[in-house]
Ligand binder design. Structure first.
Ligand SMILES: Nc1ncnc2c1ncn2[C@@H]1O[C@H](COP(=O)(O)OP(=O)(O)OP(=O)(O)O)[C@@H](O)[C@H]1O
Ligand SMILES: [Mg+2]
Length: 312
């Protein structure tokens, strides 16, 4: 299967990564040089490189793969995750010289109880394990946890480097483009690099970058808005038909995130919402490993519709 550009061009080293500014760049370079960094909170809007930087640090600081634990905190937000996944991982002995790292992605989606348990754990763990947390909304994170973390905020990215990076991607893909057209994309989507790259890929036709049509710049396409209305009215089968026949590769990620955030579409009871969450979580994980994403999405929606009927 063809890899989407934004995945293909996710930098694995500091080379190619666009920093917020020179000050932060120097700080991160220093961490990489000394292979040492504090517990981190990488905070800011979508598509600005938070998860990418977490992996770059792990890679550049030579952690062994087995010493790195990635947890999508928005999915595994139950307090048992702390005990079953994090403590178990942190307590076993490390394979490499560098110790261990836990990446907790999207930690702002967890509960205060989860954050309190995490705070206690992080407080005890400086010698053997580093934590890298990411969040879109850092104000949702409880202060005692934040005070144990060094925060880097990604509200902006260095604009010249941003333009240079997307231009580099277009050059590698041998796309012809004129500067004004490229800058229009940057003005529209900056600082979201993922969205910029997606829009460039989407609008490159036979090796030439076209200007984006007005219709395509709307936040959600019409079919998505219609599907949301169906979901809200409990018409999950209708929503499924709308989505499966329209969805494109670059929208799957956002779509699963939207489902997580709207568990009430599938059930009003806590048990029903838990069941929906587990279904979505499984599909989200499967989505990254299967060749046919549509089948996974489709079966996820069938399952959600059953939950809604049974536990609605
Ligand atoms: N600062 C950056 N430098 C270089 N590439 C970037 C940067 N930010 C984003 N990208 C590109 O965008 C893609 C998405 O970035 P990433 O997943 O790190 O964003 P994020 O900040 O974690 O977003 P989200 O909040 O949605 O999780 C990367 O694969 C990469 O191609
Ligand atoms: Mg991320």
């Amino acid at each position: 299967m063809k890899q989407l550009w934004y995945k293909k061009y996710r930098p694995k080293t500091l080379d190619g990564f666009v920093f917020v500014d020179d000050h932060i760049k120097s700080k991160i370079e220093e961490w990489v040089e000394h292979k040492e960094f504090p517990h981190l909170l990488l905070a800011g809007p979508p598509g600005t490189g938070k998860t990418t930087l977490a992996y770059i640090l792990v890679n550049e600081c030579d952690f062994e793969d087995v010493d790195v634990k990635y947890i999508a905190a928005s999915v595994s937000k139950g307090i048992d995750t702390i005990r079953d996944e994090i403590i178990t991982f942190v307590e076993r002995s490390s394979f490499g010289e560098m110790g261990r790292v836990v990446i907790l992605d999207e930690v702002d989606e967890t509960t205060p109880a989860f954050m309190t348990a995490l705070r206690n754990l992080i407080g005890e763990m400086y010698d053997s394990c580093r934590f890298i947390l990411t969040a879109n909304y850092p104000h949702k994170i409880i202060s005692p946890l934040k005070s144990r973390l060094h925060t880097i905020t990604f509200n902006t990215l260095d604009k010249d480097s941003f333009v240079a990076r997307v231009y580099e991607i277009l050059t590698k893909e041998r796309v012809q483009c004129d500067a004004d057209t490229l800058l229009e994309y940057v003005e529209r989507y900056y600082p979201d690099m993922r969205r910029t790259i997606n829009a460039l890929e989407h609008n490159t036709v036979q090796g030439v970058l076209k200007a984006e049509s007005k219709e395509a710049t709307e936040d959600d396409p019409d079919w998505m808005k219609e599907a949301i209305v169906y979901f809200e009215q409990g018409m999950i089968k209708e929503a499924r038909n709308k989505i499966v026949s329209n969805i494109t590769d670059n929208l799957y990620d956002d779509f699963y995130k939207m489902l997580y955030k709207n568990l009430h579409w599938f059930s009003k009871s806590e048990d029903g919402q838990d069941a929906a969450l587990l279904t979505i979580r499984k599909a989200y994980v499967d989505d990254t490993v299967v060749a046919n994403r549509e089948i996974v999405l489709s079966s996820c929606l069938v399952q959600l519709s059953k939950i809604s009927k049974k536990m609605g």
